[in-house]
Structure formats: structure tokens, C-alpha cells
Design a protein around this ligand. Structure first.
Ligand SMILES: NC(=O)c1ccc[n+]([C@@H]2O[C@H](COP(=O)([O-])OP(=O)(O)OC[C@H]3O[C@@H](n4cnc5c(N)ncnc54)[C@H](OP(=O)(O)O)[C@@H]3O)[C@@H](O)[C@H]2O)c1
Length: 274
């Protein structure tokens, strides 16, 4: 579906790079069908030499060339950027935003500039593992987005990991869980590695053991489809080492702490959106 479409990235920073890299490495689209509008000269050079995509003169030029617009600028400037291109955007273009905390209604308003316009806007919330094509992106579609456009949106983000459909009201919870989640896991990885060092392992060995344990455990949950609770029970023998470790985690309120973290981050995301 995406093969014959022209994709335009407004902003060629980290997130745009991750997505276009994923699309190209999964042969979803040819580099000649990807256009990027990016003010930073060194980024322009990097994107054209590394990925052979076309860097265009400005956002208006980009809008004229692209069927699908991926808006990948910082949330602070998105409204201004959208207002500048508004006259060139109609219902034939699919507009996909990756900007955190910017509701579909605000995107539609900025692109309408007071006029009544039918616009196809999709809002997404990707996360940083997208850079290594292991991200997860929550997708929510505006009222006028049809099934083909929703399918295109999933195809794009499946190039950098997995996708889920959510309602827009759930986006703050997504931000609290998978958006902020990589930082929670980095902290857990760092702590486990420190613990290994404390118990006499070298940093290199402790890191290797920790990262592979986290990765392998996640894959085991996904590939067996077994609940994490059941998998935990299977490795917990009576009076053994694992139950002793689990008891320490319960004493430290690991589960309640992680639930609190997701709750706090979700509430903060709601606060920032207002
Ligand atoms: N990175 C993530 O993991 C992540 C996760 C979820 C959502 N997001 C969302 O993705 C969006 C982009 O984030 P990012 O991390 O990729 O930021 P970034 O690396 O700063 O990329 C934004 C790019 O847009 C360029 N830009 C600035 N003004 C522009 C304009 N008027 N027209 C076109 N391009 C312009 C910037 O150039 P200059 O540097 O010269 O200003 C920069 O290269 C944000 O809205 C963020 O909320 C990111």
C-alpha cells in the first residue's frame, strides 16, 4: 500500500531518522519516494548521504510533493509549522503526528486556520527503541481517517517495531507506560548491573548478563504467550534462590513502585497537555 506513496517528513531529527531508516531497511518504500524538510545543514547532508532521501527547500515544497506527511518537529513549534503549511493541506493528504502531548483537535485547528476543512489526521506515540526497530507505537485516528489511511499508518510504524490502536483518551496512559517506559527499564538494567558488580562480577560481564536476561525474559513472554506470573512460578522452586530474591523485591515494593511510576507519568502527561 505504501510502495507508491510519497512520504514527507517535516523535521529530520531523531524520530524521523528512526522511521525512515526502518522503512528503508524493510524495503517498504524506495528512498526516492521519501522527502525531508529540515533546516539544519549538517542533518540535511547526513540524511542525503546516509539514506539517499531527498531533502527539499522548505515545508511548503515538501507538502506539494508528499501524499503522507509525517510531522516530526518538537511539540513547542508544531502549531506554528502547521499554520505555515495549512493552505496546502487538504483531505487528500494523510497527516501523521509523532509529537508528544499535541491533541488531534489542535492539529486540525492549526491546519484549518478558521476554515471548515475535512482533514485526515493520525496521532501517534512512538518510543525510543524505534531507533533499533524495536519500538512500540500507539496509534489513534481522527474522525475522518478511513481504513486505508489507518493501514498505511500501521505499516509505517511497524517498520520500527510494533503498533497498537488506542483511543485518544488513552494516549496519556500510553505515554506513562511505553513512552516513559524505556527509562524505567534502563534504570532497572543499571541497578541489576550494579548489583552484579557488588556481588563481584566485572562491569562488562554484569552488563552482558543483565541485558540478555531482560531481553530473553521479554521474548519468552511474547513468544510463549504465557503470563509473566506463570513464567515466574516456573522458575521459583520451594526454598530456592529465586523465591529469596523475589521476597526482597516484595519488601522493596517493586510492583507498587512501578505501578506508581506509570500512574505519575500518566498524570503528568495529562497536566502537560493542558
Ligand atoms: N525521540 C523520541 O524518542 C520520541 C518519542 C516519541 C515522540 N517523539 C516526538 O517526535 C518529535 C520529534 O522529536 P525528535 O526527538 O526527533 O526531535 P529532534 O531530533 O529535535 O528533531 C526535530 C527536527 O526538526 C527540525 N526543525 C526545527 N524547526 C523546523 C521547521 N520549522 N521545519 C522543519 N523542521 C524543523 C529540527 O532542526 P533543528 O535541530 O535545527 O531545530 C530537528 O532536526 C517530537 O514532537 C517528539 O515529541 C519523539
Amino acid at each position: 500500500m505504501l510502495k507508491n506513496k510519497k512520504i514527507g517528513f517535516i523535521g529530520g531529527g531523531n524520530m524521523a531518522e528512526a522511521i525512515l531508516k526502518g522503512m528503508l531497511s524493510s524495503s517498504l518504500i524506495k528512498a526516492s519516494n521519501i522527502f525531508v524538510s529540515e533546516p539544519n545543514k549538517s542533518r540535511q547532508t547526513f540524511l542525503t548521504t546516509e539514506f539517499k532521501v531527498k531533502v527539499v527547500k522548505g515545508n511548503l515544497d515538501l507538502v506539494k510533493k508528499a501524499d503522507v506527511l509525517i510531522v516530526a518537529v518538537k511539540p513547542q513549534i508544531i502549531r506554528e509549522v502547521l499554520k505555515d503549511i495549512a493552505d496546502q493541506v487538504d483531505s487528500k493528504k494523510l497527516v501523521i503526528s509523532v509529537a508528544a502531548g499535541v491533541p488531534i483537535s489542535q492539529i486540525e485547528n492549526a491546519l484549518s486556520k478558521g476554515k471548515k476543512k475535512k482533514l485526515c489526521v493520525v496521532r501517534t506515540m512512538p518510543n525510543t527503541p524505534s531507533v533499533v526497530q524495536e519500538g512500540v507505537t500507539a496509534i489513534t485516528a481522527g474522525k475522518r481517517v478511513g481504513k486505508p489511511d489507518l493501514k498505511i499508518s500501521h505499516e509505517i510504524f511497524q517498520a520500527v517495531g510494533r503498533t497498537v490502536d488506542v483511543s485518544e483518551e488513552q494516549i496519556d496512559a500510553v505515554t506513562g507506560l511505553s513512552g516513559s517506559g524505556p527509562a524505567y527499564i534502563f534504570m532497572i538494567i543499571e541497578a541489576l548491573s550494579d548489583a552484579g558488580v557488588k556481588m563481584g562480577l566485572s562491569r562488562q560481564v554484569a552488563n552482558e548478563l543483565t541485558v540478555q536476561t531482560v531481553l530473553g525474559s521479554a521474548l519468552l513472554v511474547r513468544e510463549t504467550g504465557t503470563s509473566p506470573g506463570e513464567l515466574k512460578n516456573r522458575v521459583t522452586s520451594p526454598g530456592g534462590t529465586t523465591i529469596a530474591g523475589l521476597h526482597a523485591l516484595e519488601k522493596g515494593s517493586l510492583r507498587a513502585t512501578l505501578m506508581n511510576a506509570v500512574e505519575k507519568a500518566t498524570l503528568r502527561s495529562k497536566e502537560l497537555a493542558h
